[in-house]
Ligand binder design. Structure first.
Ligand code: ATP
Ligand code: MG
Length: 204
């Protein structure tokens, strides 16, 4: 089973992915937690280009292909073998991030972005996606508390607003997979809702 976390910067994806991993491990499941972008040797290089190299003005189309190249390698070499093995894989961001950031955010052709983003994952589609829905201002202020920002975090507020709206649209189109979660609550309450819905799916 593949579970992914999505949402704007600072919405709590990494916090919740971590808490879910711990809860599932405690229940005896074999779980792998991973994230995008940046897995492996190629991912590490790509992550530096996309998120850290502040001198590089990336063309949106180039950015799209870099995220997709990262995913293609990550899915083939790391995620797919674990899914075939019956493990639960939790991924912090996946192709919905590409659809929303490069489609709604950078305003590339939505159909092309959607097709490319999905194709980069081969036949792999998340079974459950948790969309952590949080007002942009709240997400950005949480990030200021955390430190360690990336280039994406420094985009103007309007960009993050487009991202948030893009995510909401995706979840309305695919409500069976993309589960919208109110992330403006304490981390434990959010976790309990997510954990219960995953355990329900695993045992039904
Ligand atoms: N429910 C919550 N309430 C308040 N603060 C939270 C909550 N969840 C996480 N945080 C804090 O907010 C900050 C951002 O959380 P986190 O790193 O999990 O978000 P993220 O979505 O992974 O961010 P990014 O997009 O930068 O990867 C962290 O300092 C974290 O401790
Ligand atoms: Mg994170």
């Amino acid at each position: 089973m593949l579970i992914t976390f999505e949402g704007i910067e600072g919405s709590g994806k990494s916090t919740q992915a971590d808490m879910l991993r711990d809860a599932l491990v405690e229940k005896g499941y074999k779980v792998t937690l991973t994230r995008e972008p940046g897995w492996g040797q190629l991912g590490h290089l790509i992550r530096t280009i996309i998120l850290e190299d502040r001198d590089l003005e990336l063309d949106p189309l180039a950015e799209l292909f870099l995220f997709c190249a990262d995913r293609a390698q990550h899915v083939k070499d790391y995620i797919e073998p674990r899914l075939r093995n019956g493990e639960i894989v939790i991924c912090d961001r996946f192709f919905d991030s590409t659809i929303v950031y490069q489609g709604y955010g950078r305003k590339l052709d939505m159909r092309f972005v959607t097709k490319t983003a999905r194709a980069s994952a081969g036949d792999t589609t998340p079974d459950m996606t948790f969309l952590l829905n949080l007002p942009v201002r709240e997400g950005l202020s949480r990030l200021r508390g955390r430190g360690g920002t990336t280039k994406m975090d420094e985009e103007p507020v309007e960009f993050h607003e487009l991202i948030r709206q893009g995510y909401l649209l995706l979840s309305r189109r695919d409500p069976d997979r993309i589960i919208k979660i109110n992330a403006a609550r304490d981390a434990v309450s959010i976790h309990e809702e997510i954990r219960d819905s995953v355990l329900l799916r695993l045992t039904s």
